[in-house]
Design a protein around this ligand. Sequence first.
Ligand code: ADP
Length: 639
Amino acid sequence: MSTSPEPSSSAAEGRQTHGFQAEVRELLKLMIHSLYSHREIFLRELISNASDANDRLRFAAIGQPELLSSDTELAIRVEADPAAGTVTIIDNGIGMTREEAIANLGTIARSGTAEFFRSLSGERQKDAQLIGQFGVGFYSAFIVADRVEVLSRKAGLPAESGVHWESQADGEFTVGTVTREERGTAVRLHLKAEAKEFADPFRLRSLIRRYSDHIAFPVRMRKEGEASLEYETVNQAKALWVRPRADIPDEEYRQFYQHLAHDFTEPLAWSHNRVEGKREYTSLLYIPGRAPFDLWQRDAARGLKLYVKRVFIMDDAEQFLPLYLRFVKGVVDSSDLPLNVSRELLQQEPEVEAIRSSLTKRVLDMLGKLAKDEPEKYAAFWKEFGAVLKEGIGQDVANRAALLPLLRFASTHEASDEPVAGLAQYLERMKPGQDWIYYIIAESVAVARKSPYIEQLTGHGVEVLLLDQRIDEWVMSQIEGFEGKRFKDAARGDLALGTLESEADRTQHEEALKESKSLLKKVKDAVGDSILEVRVSARLKDSPACLVLDEHDLSTGLRRILEAAGQKVPESKPALELNVDHPLVKYLDGLTDAARFKELSLLLHEQAQLAEGGQLGNPAEFVQRLNRLLVSLTSDHAE
Ligand code: ADP
């Protein structure tokens, strides 16, 4: 790398002014305000970009070695000028053409960005976190600078095709064509008055050591002493994942994550491994602490950074992890893949399939360990990514045994509605004689907790998992059981209480069945054909009635979704279950007035529909019925 003290350029020609894309303007505004307390991250971001640019040139030079010409040592330089209040970050990497500078430094090419900015709240503390999820990159220069200049020349192009880009973050930037002798990019920051400390070489050195030590290229600064022309390397200049685990302090792992993910929050966990033998590769995988804003965006970038024998090959190599682990960030460095491997080739490479399968296991192991050793951190993970991990139940049948213990649910065992119960803990808490893992699905955890369907279960001290997400119904339909115990939806079929019921309870239940025969028939006649049958309930304790579907019937929730989507769904009739110990049902049994019997039967049916979150066929009729009943109460009292 040439070491002329400052990047040179002649006066720019063909000057043009452009407006920033609206999203960039939004980002600049928010970032400058909300990242003030993290402002030193600008250096890490710019050195990261310089390192990427060098990586990309090295990759391009595999096929076109002439791109390197005589300047073959890829490096990064940081120049400070305390008198002028400037700091300049210089690389001799791939560089940019004028068009590329306009596109790359004037727009954000990430889908969903506009929606993301619209969703930001304006509360500084929160937005700082959210912008962290977004990754600020180049634009972070404007946290400390009121004017930024970029000089660049694309590798392989002549000196006259240099570009000069400049902006004061006022909504516009200008570009001009210049002659630039050096290949690559120099980013010069004219520091704000209150950020002049960043022109101090001493401060810069310490920041580089702290944030950019792991950058694989040498980051150089001038030796101390006035006007020294000699440079020295400030960082370790060795790819982090190449170093032995024992030599890497946690803090460096964290810094590397922040460089990799452009995220200034801390990762929850990481796993660094070298595999040797028939197959050779190194991987370093991180579980982020926060979900990126585009986690649910179909076309969002995902995957690992791929290196082959330390040479950067591509970002976002998706083939190394399944979709349901798309939140994982990291690096994979293979010694076996060819340097000219392309995305298409990756899809067919059996080597990649083998790495993918062992990386998947590694991530699941890492999560298993986190769940076991640091349940609080795991709870934080589940909050951010649990819904994504659940997709794995359907996508990855081979690893289901490892996935099941990672699931978390809200539960009647917990006072709070947070999903903290695991299946392993559920098994430990099962009652003697309990054969099933019970769950209930409702609109919310609070509704599930109050559900009439689980009254007897909770009355017997049996734990019930409380599910409330749309995906849950599908997840539960995929899994049969866990460690020999099967799942049972408390709202369906026979609750199979088995020996959970005492002998006395059972005899009582059987007697009730016998005694209630005629009542059941009368209620069925009163309610009519919308129900399959009327039964004596084993699941109710405090409520008088509920509707119960058969094990194989489509759930009411799913039915509603399908019907809303215009699908024809096979009809399934629920059974109406009555709690024969309930005073209302006892009263019904004793009624001789046929009209009143019918009224009350219909009311019981209607309230059962409401309790399961259903909609009434004719709400007005229900209200009239209810009011007639209430009025009759008042007249009873008047008597
Ligand atoms: P990101 O690096 O996450 O893509 P940035 O905002 O940091 O986002 O940069 C935007 C783009 O500008 C980069 O993707 C890259 O194409 C280009 N760029 C930034 N810095 C450099 C550099 N030093 N050399 C070449 N290109 C660069």
